[in-house]
Design a protein around this ligand. Structure first.
Ligand SMILES: Cc1cc2nc3c(=O)[nH]c(=O)nc-3n(C[C@H](O)[C@H](O)[C@H](O)COP(=O)(O)O)c2cc1C
Length: 315
């Protein structure tokens, strides 16, 4: 048995997959603490750190999160689900600890703190006028969740970013619903984390030049990455893949009204050569994503069967 250390960032990013089935093994506390610390190393707008994480590991909470997510199995099966919460009003609170810490670290001096703290408030008031406070706080939270995903992969852990849930229900699980004085709190993302009980192939990404542009939106970035990408149509001729009206090439899973047929990624074809995220010793109950087992089918059939009238959007 090998005792591999953490994966380097590029390897962790490439090895990460969204995993839907988990082994029940709890995460060692030390590993979980490190994961949280790495997640919260993420940058945040003005370093206000308008995001936090609620760790849900108790049976009841995990089951409730699964229900809030239309029956998706990840929170129920994973030993821990990290609920990333954005706070759109935290800038109004006392930020002196943030400034003291930066001063203490020698990162910011007195003069910088004076200017920065004033500018922070000006910026936030402007966001408020434009109705963007929530959006900015959610950005902070999602960046922290992204750090957690990569950190988890580097530790050989699986995770699954989740956007398909009912916000009111998730808030109840993490104890926000009854705090009327904190209407500024928003659920940004759920991230179940644990050891994988399935292998998933890389579904692939479009060529770099399809979504990376050279100085002008729509002008495919291609040098050194496959110049064939440069032959994409010019802007206005269908090269704007996100906003082309009537484009049917990008399925929009989030906004399909009344859709109950969330695509089932478990039936994706096997990619036998996909890197094994866990690089952990094979576990007898690890199964392939396309095994088509009854257990898989049961768990997956639950996904998408959301309570009527809720605003679940997935994935
Ligand atoms: C913001 C976000 C929300 C997602 N929500 C869900 C979800 O609710 N359920 C799910 O099974 N997968 C969800 N996914 C996973 C995507 O389906 C997955 O990332 C995509 O198919 C690509 O697969 P990969 O992550 O293995 O590369 C979500 C991904 C993102 C980034």
């Amino acid at each position: 048995m090998t005792t591999a250390g953490p994966l380097a960032v590029p390897q962790a990013i490439r090895a990460r997959r969204s995993i839907r089935h988990y082994l029940p093994d709890p995460l060692p506390e030390e590993q979980l603490t490190e994961l949280l610390a790495l997640a919260l190393e993420a940058p945040s707008s003005w370093n206000v750190q308008a995001r936090s994480v609620v760790v849900v590991s108790d049976r009841e909470g995990r089951d409730a999160l699964s229900r809030a997510a239309g029956g998706q199995p990840q929170p129920r099966e994973a030993p821990v689900t990290l609920v990333f919460v954005a706070s759109s009003q935290s800038w109004r609170g006392d930020l002196s600890d943030i400034y003291e810490q930066a001063r203490g670290n020698g990162a910011w001096n007195e003069e910088f703190v004076a200017d920065f703290s004033r500018a922070t408030l000006d910026f936030q008031h402007d966001l408020e006028k434009r109705g963007l406070l929530r959006e900015y706080a959610v950005k902070d939270a999602v960046i922290a969740a992204t750090y957690a995903m990569v950190a988890a992969a580097s530790m050989g852990l699986a995770s699954s970013p989740m956007n398909g849930w009912d916000e009111t229900e998730v808030k109840k699980v993490v104890g926000i619903d009854d705090r009327e004085d904190r209407e500024d709190l928003h659920i940004a993302l759920l991230l179940p984390v644990g050891r994988p009980a399935e292998r998933r192939g890389h579904p692939g990404r479009r060529p770099l030049a399809r979504n990376a542009f050279d100085a002008r939106y729509g002008r495919g970035y291609g040098q050194g990455y496959g110049s064939d990408c440069r032959t994409l149509p010019a802007p206005g001729a269908g090269s704007d893949f996100t906003s082309a009206p009537g484009s049917t090439s990008v399925p929009d899973f989030t906004s399909a009204p009344g859709s109950t047929s969330v695509p089932d990624f478990a039936s994706a074809p096997d990619f036998a050569s996909a890197p094994d995220l866990a690089s952990a010793p094979a576990h007898p109950s690890v199964r392939d994503a396309d095994s088509g087992s009854d257990a898989d089918a049961d768990a997956d059939s639950a996904r998408g069967t959301r309570p009527a009238g809720t605003s679940v959007s997935a994935p």
